[in-house]
Design a protein around this ligand. Sequence first.
Ligand code: NAI
Length: 410
Amino acid sequence: MAKLSLSKEKIKVVLLEGVHPDAEKLFRADGYDNIHTYRSTPHDDELREILSDTHILGIRSRTQLKGQNLEACDKLMAVGTFCIGTNQVDLETCKNQGIPVFNAPFSNTRSVAELVMAEIILLLRGIPEKNAKAHRGEWQKSAVNSNETRGKTLGIVGFGHIGSQLCILAEAMGMNVKYCDIENKLPLGNSEAVGSLAELLPQVDVLSVHVPDTELTRQMIGAKELALLPEGSFLVNAARGHIVVIEDLVNALRSGHLHGAAIDVFPEEPASNQHPFTSPLTEFDNVILTPHIGGSTQEAQVNIANEVADKLIKYSNNGSTSSAVNFPEVSLPALHPDLTRVMHIHANKPGMLEQINHAFSSQKINIAAMYLQTSGDVGYVIMDVNCESSDPIVNRLKDIEGTIRVRVLH
Ligand code: NAI
């Protein structure tokens, strides 16, 4: 079990894969100075050696925190994935070992919305085709099929973080926005909610999808839906690759029913920049193809660094787990200077609280405040108490059967 109480100077923070330097700055500004940064991820043994005494680990998408790598983490307290996804981490094992994992799911919202807005402008002007032709020495000076955005209708499927941000940008450009969502979403500005996708499709000049990858959204835009879009309209997908049926999109482009598209995500994407990209869409000059970079901007990297580092610091400093992806979520107030905060992570089973309470009451220690949250098999209880961190009560807590981890702050 990890040591119960550690000072900030002793907490070893490891940031791998060239996490943006703002993360390190934030840790240092908060008093952490045992920070080790790496431009990439060392291999196997070297990595495990580093992990063996790491308390807080920051990774991006390539470091696999699973199997032997996770087993090597004897002292790990919290993990931050400085990116959107968390597939690279064995979340369940982390949870069962009392290790919360944090990410930054919405740090790149603005980046995606801006790219999509730019693509809408380019598509409505027929720029992708004109640009491709100019590169081949063809001059296509013409106003045919070249339109402003003002007064056109943008249909948004999924009015979440990105969809609603795009709505604001599109309205600022003078577009009318209609959207559909499975949840009841409050319209922003002059936008208008439409009852269903089938109802939305015939009304739009451009359709942009911003839904997650779920059973309901996979292949959501296929031949039937594309046929419902007006002749000469456009499709944008910067959400997930399986939402649009590429074969059907190819047919709609080939027939001229759609005048163009912008696609940032694909059903199969190259594993790295060293692998080739292939898609039946490469034959179309009127299709903008981008390598899944909707959210890839310097600003998003800075946002991610700040958001994830902030969550890790909050957890380390006061135990808050708000927005952890695998852990009971608790948002805690600052600790009163006269109190000690005891955090008990345990198997979520009947009788746990009773035993914890008994441990304190039997020592006549007053619990000034208590917070509890559970998630599946794991419970997280936080108590602000009048005792010293070195008090034997703290050690007693870890002897309670089902205890995963005890941490103390004061
Ligand atoms: P979000 O969770 O804030 O919003 C998604 C919205 O879709 C929610 O309002 C939800 O109710 C709605 N929704 C879910 N299922 C639906 C359905 N069947 N029909 C209609 N609406 C449905 O997510 P956010 O941040 O706006 O992201 C949207 C998409 O963008 C996700 O697929 C995400 O993975 C993708 N994305 C792509 C990036 C890129 O680099 N291209 C970067 C960031 C996100």
